[in-house]
Design a protein around this ligand. Sequence first.
Ligand code: ADP
Ligand code: ADP
Length: 244
Amino acid sequence: MSLLEIKGISKTYPIETTLWGKGKRLEAVKNVSLTLHEGTCLGLVGESGSGKSTLGKMILGLERPDQGEIFFQGKNLFQLAAKEQKELRQNLQVVFQDCYSSVNPRLSIGNIIAEPIKNYEKLTPAEEKKRVGELLEKVGLSPGNMDKYPHQLSGGQLQRVNIARAIALHPKLIVLDEAVSSLDVFVQAQILDLLADLKKEFQLAYLFITHDLQAVHYMADRLAVMYKGQIIEMLDDIKQLNQL
Ligand code: ADP
Ligand code: ADP
Protein backbone atom coordinates (compact mmCIF):
# COMPACT_ATOMS: atom_id res chain seq x y z
CA MET A 1 0.00 0.00 0.00
CA SER A 2 1.35 3.42 -0.84
CA LEU A 3 1.57 5.95 1.94
CA LEU A 4 -0.06 8.68 -0.11
CA GLU A 5 -2.25 8.23 -3.12
CA ILE A 6 -3.64 11.15 -5.07
CA LYS A 7 -6.35 10.41 -7.59
CA GLY A 8 -7.34 12.98 -10.18
CA ILE A 9 -7.42 16.09 -8.03
CA SER A 10 -8.22 19.52 -9.38
CA LYS A 11 -8.42 22.92 -7.72
CA THR A 12 -9.62 26.21 -9.13
CA TYR A 13 -9.55 29.70 -7.62
CA PRO A 14 -11.83 32.58 -8.54
CA ILE A 15 -10.07 35.19 -10.63
CA GLU A 16 -10.60 38.47 -8.88
CA THR A 17 -10.85 40.74 -11.87
CA THR A 18 -13.64 41.81 -14.18
CA LEU A 19 -11.38 41.69 -17.21
CA TRP A 20 -12.34 38.12 -18.15
CA GLY A 21 -15.84 38.45 -16.86
CA LYS A 22 -17.47 37.28 -13.68
CA GLY A 23 -17.23 33.69 -12.50
CA LYS A 24 -14.07 32.82 -14.39
CA ARG A 25 -11.72 30.57 -12.44
CA LEU A 26 -8.04 29.85 -12.53
CA GLU A 27 -7.12 26.16 -12.71
CA ALA A 28 -4.28 25.98 -10.18
CA VAL A 29 -4.15 22.14 -10.20
CA LYS A 30 -5.58 20.06 -13.05
CA ASN A 31 -6.36 16.35 -12.74
CA VAL A 32 -3.22 15.37 -10.85
CA SER A 33 -2.61 11.77 -9.79
CA LEU A 34 0.44 10.45 -8.02
CA THR A 35 1.61 8.01 -5.39
CA LEU A 36 4.24 8.34 -2.69
CA HIS A 37 5.71 5.28 -0.99
CA GLU A 38 6.82 4.94 2.60
CA GLY A 39 10.38 6.04 3.30
CA THR A 40 10.88 7.65 -0.11
CA CYS A 41 11.27 11.20 -1.32
CA LEU A 42 9.18 12.47 -4.20
CA GLY A 43 10.54 15.70 -5.67
CA LEU A 44 7.96 18.10 -7.04
CA VAL A 45 9.47 20.73 -9.30
CA GLY A 46 8.04 23.37 -11.60
CA GLU A 47 8.18 27.07 -12.25
CA SER A 48 6.56 29.55 -9.87
CA GLY A 49 2.78 29.43 -10.17
CA SER A 50 2.66 25.89 -11.59
CA GLY A 51 0.53 24.64 -8.67
CA LYS A 52 3.09 22.94 -6.42
CA SER A 53 2.07 24.71 -3.20
CA THR A 54 -1.61 24.28 -3.93
CA LEU A 55 -1.04 20.54 -4.31
CA GLY A 56 0.94 20.52 -1.04
CA LYS A 57 -1.83 22.40 0.75
CA MET A 58 -4.48 19.93 -0.40
CA ILE A 59 -2.39 17.04 0.94
CA LEU A 60 -2.12 18.89 4.25
CA GLY A 61 -5.86 19.50 4.28
CA LEU A 62 -5.37 23.28 4.12
CA GLU A 63 -7.24 23.47 0.82
CA ARG A 64 -10.07 21.27 -0.42
CA PRO A 65 -9.91 19.93 -3.97
CA ASP A 66 -12.84 20.66 -6.31
CA GLN A 67 -12.48 17.15 -7.67
CA GLY A 68 -10.60 13.96 -6.92
CA GLU A 69 -9.50 12.13 -3.83
CA ILE A 70 -6.46 11.88 -1.59
CA PHE A 71 -5.72 8.75 0.42
CA PHE A 72 -3.20 8.71 3.25
CA GLN A 73 -2.42 5.26 4.68
CA GLY A 74 -5.43 4.03 2.74
CA LYS A 75 -7.87 6.52 4.29
CA ASN A 76 -9.70 9.21 2.38
CA LEU A 77 -8.32 12.50 3.76
CA PHE A 78 -11.63 14.26 3.42
CA GLN A 79 -13.79 11.60 5.04
CA LEU A 80 -12.09 11.17 8.39
CA ALA A 81 -13.67 10.93 11.82
CA ALA A 82 -12.30 13.35 14.44
CA LYS A 83 -10.10 10.71 16.03
CA GLU A 84 -8.62 9.78 12.67
CA GLN A 85 -7.93 13.43 11.91
CA LYS A 86 -5.86 13.73 15.05
CA GLU A 87 -3.95 10.59 14.10
CA LEU A 88 -3.41 11.97 10.63
CA ARG A 89 -1.98 15.25 11.90
CA GLN A 90 0.51 13.23 13.88
CA ASN A 91 1.66 11.35 10.79
CA LEU A 92 1.63 14.21 8.32
CA GLN A 93 3.78 17.26 9.01
CA VAL A 94 5.02 20.25 7.07
CA VAL A 95 8.03 22.55 6.91
CA PHE A 96 7.48 25.79 4.99
CA GLN A 97 9.96 28.11 3.35
CA ASP A 98 9.63 31.06 5.67
CA CYS A 99 11.14 29.80 8.90
CA TYR A 100 10.44 33.00 10.86
CA SER A 101 6.73 33.28 10.06
CA SER A 102 6.25 29.54 10.74
CA VAL A 103 6.89 30.06 14.45
CA ASN A 104 5.27 32.15 17.17
CA PRO A 105 7.91 34.81 17.97
CA ARG A 106 6.71 35.05 21.58
CA LEU A 107 7.36 31.40 22.36
CA SER A 108 10.74 30.06 23.44
CA ILE A 109 12.38 27.51 21.17
CA GLY A 110 11.63 24.85 23.79
CA ASN A 111 7.93 25.67 23.77
CA ILE A 112 7.80 25.83 19.97
CA ILE A 113 9.16 22.30 19.71
CA ALA A 114 7.01 21.03 22.59
CA GLU A 115 3.76 22.42 21.10
CA PRO A 116 2.79 19.34 19.06
CA ILE A 117 3.94 16.95 21.80
CA LYS A 118 1.63 18.65 24.31
CA ASN A 119 -1.36 17.89 22.09
CA TYR A 120 -0.68 14.18 22.19
CA GLU A 121 1.10 13.29 25.41
CA LYS A 122 0.94 14.26 29.05
CA LEU A 123 4.54 14.87 30.08
CA THR A 124 5.97 16.34 33.26
CA PRO A 125 8.04 19.52 32.74
CA ALA A 126 11.21 17.48 33.30
CA GLU A 127 10.20 14.83 30.73
CA GLU A 128 9.26 17.54 28.26
CA LYS A 129 12.60 19.27 28.70
CA LYS A 130 14.42 16.00 28.10
CA ARG A 131 12.44 15.30 24.91
CA VAL A 132 13.01 18.83 23.58
CA GLY A 133 16.72 18.56 24.35
CA GLU A 134 16.94 15.26 22.47
CA LEU A 135 15.08 16.72 19.49
CA LEU A 136 17.40 19.73 19.39
CA GLU A 137 20.41 17.43 19.38
CA LYS A 138 18.82 15.32 16.65
CA VAL A 139 18.71 18.37 14.39
CA GLY A 140 22.24 19.47 15.26
CA LEU A 141 21.52 22.20 17.81
CA SER A 142 22.67 22.28 21.41
CA PRO A 143 19.93 21.81 24.04
CA GLY A 144 20.85 25.21 25.51
CA ASN A 145 18.94 26.78 22.60
CA MET A 146 15.60 25.82 24.18
CA ASP A 147 15.58 28.96 26.32
CA LYS A 148 16.23 31.29 23.37
CA TYR A 149 13.63 33.05 21.20
CA PRO A 150 13.26 32.84 17.40
CA HIS A 151 14.84 36.26 16.71
CA GLN A 152 18.02 35.07 18.46
CA LEU A 153 18.56 32.29 15.91
CA SER A 154 19.79 32.40 12.31
CA GLY A 155 17.50 31.29 9.48
CA GLY A 156 19.30 27.96 9.21
CA GLN A 157 19.08 27.34 12.97
CA LEU A 158 15.41 28.23 12.98
CA GLN A 159 14.73 25.88 10.08
CA ARG A 160 16.37 23.16 12.18
CA VAL A 161 13.88 24.06 14.94
CA ASN A 162 11.00 23.74 12.46
CA ILE A 163 12.34 20.33 11.47
CA ALA A 164 12.63 19.29 15.14
CA ARG A 165 8.99 20.24 15.65
CA ALA A 166 7.98 18.36 12.50
CA ILE A 167 9.67 15.12 13.61
CA ALA A 168 8.59 15.39 17.27
CA LEU A 169 5.62 13.05 16.83
CA HIS A 170 7.40 10.55 14.55
CA PRO A 171 5.47 11.35 11.38
CA LYS A 172 5.36 9.18 8.27
CA LEU A 173 5.39 12.04 5.78
CA ILE A 174 6.73 15.58 5.82
CA VAL A 175 5.76 18.06 3.12
CA LEU A 176 8.80 20.26 2.53
CA ASP A 177 7.49 23.34 0.73
CA GLU A 178 10.60 25.18 -0.48
CA ALA A 179 11.98 24.37 2.97
CA VAL A 180 15.57 25.29 2.13
CA SER A 181 14.96 27.82 -0.63
CA SER A 182 15.50 31.03 1.30
CA LEU A 183 18.70 29.88 3.01
CA ASP A 184 22.15 30.58 1.62
CA VAL A 185 23.64 27.72 -0.39
CA PHE A 186 26.07 26.56 2.29
CA VAL A 187 23.31 26.34 4.91
CA GLN A 188 21.01 24.73 2.35
CA ALA A 189 23.49 21.90 1.88
CA GLN A 190 23.67 21.34 5.64
CA ILE A 191 19.89 21.23 6.01
CA LEU A 192 19.57 18.85 3.05
CA ASP A 193 22.13 16.57 4.70
CA LEU A 194 20.13 16.67 7.92
CA LEU A 195 16.90 15.86 6.07
CA ALA A 196 18.58 12.98 4.25
CA ASP A 197 19.88 11.55 7.56
CA LEU A 198 16.46 11.82 9.23
CA LYS A 199 14.79 10.16 6.25
CA LYS A 200 17.08 7.18 6.58
CA GLU A 201 16.90 6.95 10.37
CA PHE A 202 13.12 7.23 10.68
CA GLN A 203 12.00 5.80 7.30
CA LEU A 204 10.46 9.19 6.59
CA ALA A 205 8.77 10.03 3.32
CA TYR A 206 9.08 13.53 1.89
CA LEU A 207 7.14 15.48 -0.65
CA PHE A 208 9.97 17.79 -1.57
CA ILE A 209 8.57 20.88 -3.28
CA THR A 210 11.27 23.01 -4.85
CA HIS A 211 12.33 24.92 -7.93
CA ASP A 212 15.93 23.81 -7.34
CA LEU A 213 16.86 20.90 -9.63
CA GLN A 214 20.19 20.36 -7.93
CA ALA A 215 18.58 19.95 -4.51
CA VAL A 216 16.02 17.58 -5.96
CA HIS A 217 18.72 15.51 -7.59
CA TYR A 218 20.39 15.15 -4.20
CA MET A 219 17.26 14.37 -2.18
CA ALA A 220 14.61 12.74 -4.30
CA ASP A 221 14.08 9.11 -5.30
CA ARG A 222 11.38 10.04 -7.82
CA LEU A 223 10.54 13.26 -9.55
CA ALA A 224 7.31 14.87 -10.73
CA VAL A 225 7.45 17.93 -12.95
CA MET A 226 4.50 20.33 -12.81
CA TYR A 227 3.59 22.83 -15.48
CA LYS A 228 0.45 24.96 -15.47
CA GLY A 229 -1.27 22.79 -12.88
CA GLN A 230 -0.49 19.44 -14.48
CA ILE A 231 2.15 16.80 -14.00
CA ILE A 232 3.85 16.76 -17.35
CA GLU A 233 6.69 14.40 -16.49
CA MET A 234 7.12 11.63 -13.94
CA LEU A 235 10.54 10.09 -13.44
CA ASP A 236 10.48 6.93 -11.35
CA ASP A 237 14.23 6.77 -11.32
CA ILE A 238 15.89 10.08 -10.54
CA LYS A 239 19.04 9.01 -12.37
CA GLN A 240 17.13 9.57 -15.59
CA LEU A 241 17.29 13.25 -14.65
CA ASN A 242 20.68 13.40 -16.32
CA GLN A 243 18.94 12.74 -19.61
CA LEU A 244 16.61 15.74 -19.30
P1 ADP B 1 5.00 30.50 -4.16
O1 ADP B 1 6.42 30.92 -4.29
O2 ADP B 1 4.79 29.35 -3.25
O3 ADP B 1 4.29 30.34 -5.47
P2 ADP B 1 3.31 32.80 -3.95
O4 ADP B 1 3.98 34.11 -3.79
O5 ADP B 1 2.78 32.41 -5.29
O6 ADP B 1 4.31 31.69 -3.40
O7 ADP B 1 2.14 32.67 -2.93
C1 ADP B 1 2.29 32.97 -1.58
C2 ADP B 1 0.97 32.70 -0.89
O8 ADP B 1 -0.08 33.49 -1.45
C3 ADP B 1 0.53 31.26 -1.02
O9 ADP B 1 -0.02 30.85 0.22
C4 ADP B 1 -0.52 31.25 -2.10
O10 ADP B 1 -1.50 30.24 -1.89
C5 ADP B 1 -1.12 32.62 -1.96
N1 ADP B 1 -1.49 33.15 -3.26
C6 ADP B 1 -0.80 33.05 -4.40
N2 ADP B 1 -1.43 33.63 -5.40
C7 ADP B 1 -2.57 34.14 -4.88
C8 ADP B 1 -3.66 34.87 -5.41
N3 ADP B 1 -3.74 35.18 -6.70
N4 ADP B 1 -4.64 35.23 -4.55
C9 ADP B 1 -4.58 34.90 -3.27
N5 ADP B 1 -3.58 34.22 -2.71
C10 ADP B 1 -2.59 33.83 -3.50
P1 ADP C 1 3.67 27.24 -7.04
O1 ADP C 1 3.70 26.72 -5.66
O2 ADP C 1 4.05 26.24 -8.08
O3 ADP C 1 4.42 28.52 -7.20
P2 ADP C 1 0.92 27.86 -6.42
O4 ADP C 1 0.29 26.56 -6.07
O5 ADP C 1 1.34 28.76 -5.31
O6 ADP C 1 2.14 27.57 -7.40
O7 ADP C 1 -0.05 28.66 -7.36
C1 ADP C 1 -0.67 28.10 -8.52
C2 ADP C 1 -1.59 29.15 -9.12
O8 ADP C 1 -2.70 29.34 -8.26
C3 ADP C 1 -0.93 30.51 -9.29
O9 ADP C 1 -1.43 31.10 -10.47
C4 ADP C 1 -1.39 31.26 -8.05
O10 ADP C 1 -1.41 32.65 -8.27
C5 ADP C 1 -2.78 30.70 -7.83
N1 ADP C 1 -3.16 30.70 -6.41
C6 ADP C 1 -2.53 30.06 -5.40
N2 ADP C 1 -3.16 30.24 -4.24
C7 ADP C 1 -4.23 31.03 -4.52
C8 ADP C 1 -5.29 31.56 -3.73
N3 ADP C 1 -5.39 31.33 -2.41
N4 ADP C 1 -6.22 32.32 -4.35
C9 ADP C 1 -6.16 32.55 -5.68
N5 ADP C 1 -5.19 32.08 -6.49
C10 ADP C 1 -4.24 31.31 -5.91
